[in-house]
Write a protein that binds this ligand. Sequence first.
Ligand code: UDX
Length: 447
Amino acid sequence: MKLHNISIIGSGYVGLSTALGFTSKGYAVIVSDPDKEKTKKIQEGSLPFHEPNLEELLKNAVKTGKLRCVPKCKEAILKTDISFVAVGTPNLPDGLIDLQYIEEASCEIGRALKKKTTYHLIVIKSTVAPTTTENIIKPLIEAHSSKNCGVDFGLCMSPEFLREGSALQDMLHPDRIIIGEYDKKSGDTLEALLRDFYSENTPPIIRTNLSTAELIKYASNSFLATKISFINTIANICEKIPGADVLIVAEGMGLDKRIGSLFLNAGLGYGGSCFPKDLKALITYSKKIGYQPTLLDSVEVVNKTQPYKAVELCKSFLTDLKEKNIAILGLAFKPDTDDMREAVAVPIIHQLLKECANITAYDPVAVPNAKSIFQDKIKYASSAIQCLKNADCCILVTEWPEFKKLAPEDFTKNMKQPILIDGRRIYDSSEFGRIMKFAAIGLGEIT
Ligand code: UDX
């Protein structure tokens, strides 16, 4: 097994999850990030975000020297053969992606390559709009290295499909690998590494050109977002039909192999650092190149309004929310992460505050991030039960496993008024509906 020395440029959850996936199979990895504070913390074995199974791996990789985290990109390039670029590509106010970090990294990589005499492969993992790798990254690396792509160095775009909360699992067991290549040698070099890494578990590999690989990432995330907005649309229709239940509708749809059951969980909308950003970027990019993506616009509109369903259902019981105590169970954009980026809890809480309600919220890990958003405008409970105390209504926003264990009595015993809005369909509507006022996304009047 020919081991490649690997470097990762950028220590966010994609960069670190990818790095620790490689070290978990014995590869030596150098991670570089200009944030000295962060690299020092990582080098001390402390993960800068909440992600299951990674903290232990990091401590072990640092102890064995398999992983080194350095502030200088130059060292990472000079001491390795292949570099994965996983820097952030946030959105600009107009929706297009902000290229500053990818441009900075490309210039630094170029400057380092200038001092290198052997072939080096650059693999873009950051989500970038189509043509970015060919038209922006390649010229910058060439300009700062005075070297030629395809000759002195190789270039690929290989998007990641990691989900927060299961990043390591997704890195070690991907459904497919996409290799967008500048030239055959670049593609062959990356394929050789990944076939070494996955060996007999190598998933299907698609070899294509750079811009198609870039678009596969956007299309995949936008399709998953479309599936969610679709089932939320059906859920909103179900609520108007006595006895209808989106859970059963989704089950009936999902058994059709052409549809599939995954990502048909109706709820309060999608959030996170990817779907909203990638959809916005694809819509804006598409309009810029002259195509009006009407379908994608609608996906975004449905998702923007979906969180307010929770407030609407709350008001269907309480009418006026002024001075009412509302308990919020779940703040993170989904379970198993502390990430509040584009979390639906944010617009829900903002709307409830606008209606002068008193908010008490609880989340197993995301409260520190929530405090940086809401400061002392809301109260933070230290447990689900404490959060329910003296509440007039409870909204279940994030489907953490511990909330699924709550029984109807936990609500009736602790709340002032046992009213429950199930925003993620984790509670049995007949069981809960029997002993308290209960409403749920996608559930028509219980007949
Ligand atoms: C997503 C993609 O899944 C991943 O492939 C890509 O690399 C990054 O973006 P992530 O954002 O971590 O991953 O979360 P994901 O598990 O996809 O959930 C995204 C959002 O959709 C969450 O807010 C989740 O609550 C919501 N969701 C998901 C639904 O509302 N219904 C579903 O059926 C599935």
